[in-house]
Design a protein around this ligand. Structure first.
Ligand code: TUI
Length: 314
């Protein structure tokens, strides 16, 4: 059904990757997405190397399909976790929140497909020259750490700038978004928020409820003054944080307030004082579904969307 460079490159049925989410992109979620025909991704976040090795081995036991690991380049363990994915011969490595340039040769040497997340044309062009296999163009609609450009504006500009496959991310949660991504020239999509609201995601039920309750304007961006903007659901924490930012708090002060807050929300369920990272498309999510149902809905809805387009463009 799909004639996508991404399916061939990654040896998957559907050109759907799961976003590599810290704390909640576990082996359970990643294996469920891979078993459903997409590419599941373990989000290494700030995970220490031994914990990541454990997650990789669990994923290998849950699925015999390819899966990936996302390495967050701001992690204090980045060098050690890179060594683990190389040692475990993880078939696909995505990176986020920085420039993975120095790690690319070692990953390519063991045959891993390397797919960095980029938020600008400049970085996409620079990395394309270093031999990465594809790029994920992630718009600022996404949850968590983001860039400044929207998916709609970023994807076609990166498609025009590089000659490797582009995967669109940010604001995609149904077949309409998927078709829109293909219209912009993407060969695949990366989806995060929709998979948070899944049965297999291990996020605390309060986190999932907050995601399902979210409306279009429920998220805010914190951390612009620190150089690390992060999209989260507005709550007590963000009100305090944004007030401090407005009053010129130092980066150290702000980092101290943010420390441990994602885990507080994802695992302890404190969605008032914790950091509830999610994309703007969460306003559209109304129900929890199994990962398999999410993937099937995404794929099966495509002909209807195509038909709607044909009816408009006569
Ligand atoms: O990485 C993400 N999203 C994330 S990482 C994360 S973990 C975290 N925890 C606490 C505080 C902050 C983060 C949560 N969400 N997405 C991929 C992504 N990468 N989005 C944007 C970028 C990006 C931004 C700038 C990639 C490269 C870049 O520039 C680097 C350069 O040198 O130009």
């Amino acid at each position: 059904m799909f004639n996508s460079d991404i399916c061939k490159l990654l040896n998957i049925k559907y050109p759907i990757m799961q976003g590599g989410m810290a704390w909640i992109g576990t082996s359970e979620l990643a294996a469920a997405v891979s078993n459903a025909g997409g590419l599941g991704i373990i989000g290494a976040g700030h995970m220490p190397p031994d914990a990541l090795r454990n997650e990789i081995r669990k994923a290998k036991s849950f699925t015999n399909k390819p899966f990936g690991v996302n390495i967050m380049l701001m992690s204090p363990f980045v060098k050690e976790v890179m060594a683990v994915v190389i040692d475990e011969k993880v078939p696909v490595v995505t990176t986020g929140a920085g420039n993975p340039g120095e790690y690319i040769p070692a990953l390519k040497e063991i045959g891993s497909k390397v797919i960095p997340v980029v938020a600008s044309v400049a970085l996409a062009k620079r990395l394309a020259r270093t031999g990465v296999d594809a790029v994920i163009a992630e718009g600022m609609e996404s949850g968590g750490h983001i860039g400044e450009i929207t998916t709609m504006a970023l994807v076609p500009q990166i498609v025009d700038a590089v000659d490797i496959p582009v995967i669109a991310a940010g604001g995609i949660a149904d077949s309409r978004g998927m078709v829109a991504a293909f219209a912009l020239g993407a060969q695949g999509v990366q989806i995060g928020s929709r998979f948070v609201a899944s049965e297999e995601c291990i996020a605390h039920e309060n986190y999932k409820k907050a995601v399902l309750k979210a409306k279009d304007r429920s998220t805010v961006i914190t951390g612009v003054s620190t150089g690390h903007p992060v999209r989260v659901i507005a709550n007590k924490l963000t009100r305090e944080y944004l007030e401090l930012e407005k009053n010129g708090a130092s980066v150290e002060e702000l980092e101290k307030i943010g420390a441990g807050k994602l885990h507080l929300a994802t695992h302890k369920g404190d969605v008032d004082n914790g950091s509830v990272m999610i994309g703007q498309i969460s306003g559209m999510l109304a129900e929890l579904k199994s990962v398999d149902a999410i993937v099937q809905d995404l794929v099966n809805g495509i002909p209807n969307v195509m038909n709607d387009i044909k009816n408009i463009c006569k």
